[in-house]
Design a protein around this ligand. Structure first.
Ligand code: FAD
Length: 405
């Protein structure tokens, strides 16, 4: 196929990873981002071995190792007593099991690495202040229009513009999200504000009635990332840029173990996000346009795979465009490969949410007993996700191709 002009709308984690994969496959890539400056909202993100494989393929290895944290385990604990219900050993055990480690990383650090990796192979190809407001399929090209009145014509458009994707809406109309009745509070605490030894280099998942609380270390272990999820019906704003109320966060976790009190007490501020769920889409592509990441498979955060799936998407998309004779066939093949896997993760995250937020004491006791009886069960359940090896399936992306422009 001739060297296509590929437009990626959105410079989030998914869009930037895709841009590097596409550029390294020889395409002429431009990323359009609505923000005035590159950056990421929020703090931590968990990156499983399946996504680490993609990062390595686009040259993000040593830099990532420097900023990311390798947790030694994931502890599931009782909300009130801190009793350990289940421990999954991560660290070297995970590396031996999946060939690569499991990481916790600050989103801004990962975002910077992704932007630098793309800049290294496509200097000056990210356009900021470029909010896409229109998309038109021409004969064999696509025209994007932006809110400053400008437009651009390319061969292929990738909508990587997140959960409220305007590209998705242009292709398939408005979506129909379902409010889950759950709200997530998110904040960070400098480790030096907490009693020494309180937080180890682990992931923690505290499980209580109608609530759960996850925390882990970032920034070389100097910062604790916390997410508290509660059943709550009166907040419907799906955005990380909206500040939450610290008193409300504290009240939601009244009666929880002292560790949780110390964590919430150590925060200066928090964000509040209403969790919406969506059915898997039946279709992602039309003509020369497709979708990627949250734009086509927004998922509840309970398997910690939304960003990982977005990162995998770009690798497969680049492979499909490389190996098909026409852009439309490549996009169709991408959708056919990705849709079943990603839909399964979407639905799995939904089920995990139900298990996490049980409130009936008998059901909770039964769940905890099952977890305690078979501590490896949870790890086994994730094998099909973490084992996925994009390089083995779709070929390696070693060196950048020479620039075509
Ligand atoms: C509480 C919580 C915890 C999570 N934890 C994890 C985790 O541990 N691990 C994990 O893998 N995932 C996690 N996720 C999911 C993850 O955050 C998302 O799946 C991921 O960020 C999606 O990336 P994206 O690039 O598709 O979209 P986004 O990150 O939303 O990026 C979209 C980009 O498009 C830009 N944009 C939007 N509209 C336009 C437009 N019209 N024109 C131009 N640009 C536009 C935006 O400014 C943004 O830069 C979590 C999510 C939540 C809510």
């Amino acid at each position: 196929m001739k060297s296509l002009r590929v437009f990626v709308v959105g410079a989030g984690l998914g869009g930037l990873a895709a841009a590097s994969c596409l550029r390294r496959s020889g395409f002429d890539v431009t990323v359009f981002e609505q923000a005035a400056a590159l950056g990421e909202v929020g703090a931590g993100v968990q990156i499983g071995p399946n996504a680490v494989r993609v990062l390595h393929q686009i040259g993000i290895k040593d830099g990532f190792e420097k900023v990311a944290v390798r947790p030694i385990s994931l502890d599931v604990r009782d909300w009130e007593t801190a009793r350990i219900i289940n421990t999954i050993t991560l660290g070297d055990t995970y590396e031996a099991r999946y060939g690569l480690p499991y990481y916790h990383v600050h989103r801004a650090d990962l975002h910077t690495l992704l932007a630098d990796a793309f800049e290294a192979v496509a200097p000056g190809c990210i356009r900021l202040n470029a909010k896409c407001i229109g998309l038109e399929q021409l004969n064999s090209e696509v025209r994007l229009t932006f809110d400053d009145g400008t437009s651009a014509v390319g061969d292929v458009v990738i909508g990587a513009d997140g959960i409220h994707s305007s590209v998705r809406e242009a292709l398939f109309g408005p979506d129909n999200p379902h409010f889950t009745g759950m709200v997530a509070f998110r904040g960070t605490v400098p480790l030096n504000r907490l009693p020494p030894g309180l937080i180890e280099c682990k992931g923690y998942n505290w499980s209580g009635p109608h609530h759960h609380f996850v925390h882990y270390l970032l920034k070389g272990g100097s910062l604790v990332n916390c997410v508290g999820v509660c059943d709550q019906d009166d907040w419907r704003v799906e955005s990380w840029s909206v500040e939450g109320d610290m008193d409300e966060f504290r009240n939601e976790f009244t009666g929880w173990h002292d560790t949780i009190q110390a964590l919430i007490g150590g925060m200066d501020s928090c964000f509040k996000w209403a969790l919406y769920d969506r059915e898997p889409l039946a279709q992602w592509s039309r003509d020369h346009t497709t979708l990627l990441g949250d734009a086509c498979h927004p998922m509840l955060p309970f398997l910690a795979q939304g960003a990982c799936m977005a990162i995998e998407d770009g690798y497969v998309l680049a492979h499909c465009l490389r190996t098909h004779d026409s852009a439309a066939a490549g996009l169709k093949a991408y959708e056919t490969i990705r849709l079943p896997r990603v839909s399964r993760v979407q639905l799995g995250a939904r089920e995990r949410g139900k298990t996490l937020h049980m409130s009936d004491p008998k059901a909770m006791a039964k769940r905890n007993a099952q977890n305690a009886a078979d501590p490896a069960m949870r790890a086994r359940e994730m094998d099909w996700i973490y084992d996925h090896d994009v390089a083995a399936e779709y070929g390696v992306l070693n060196e950048p191709q020479p620039a075509s422009r």
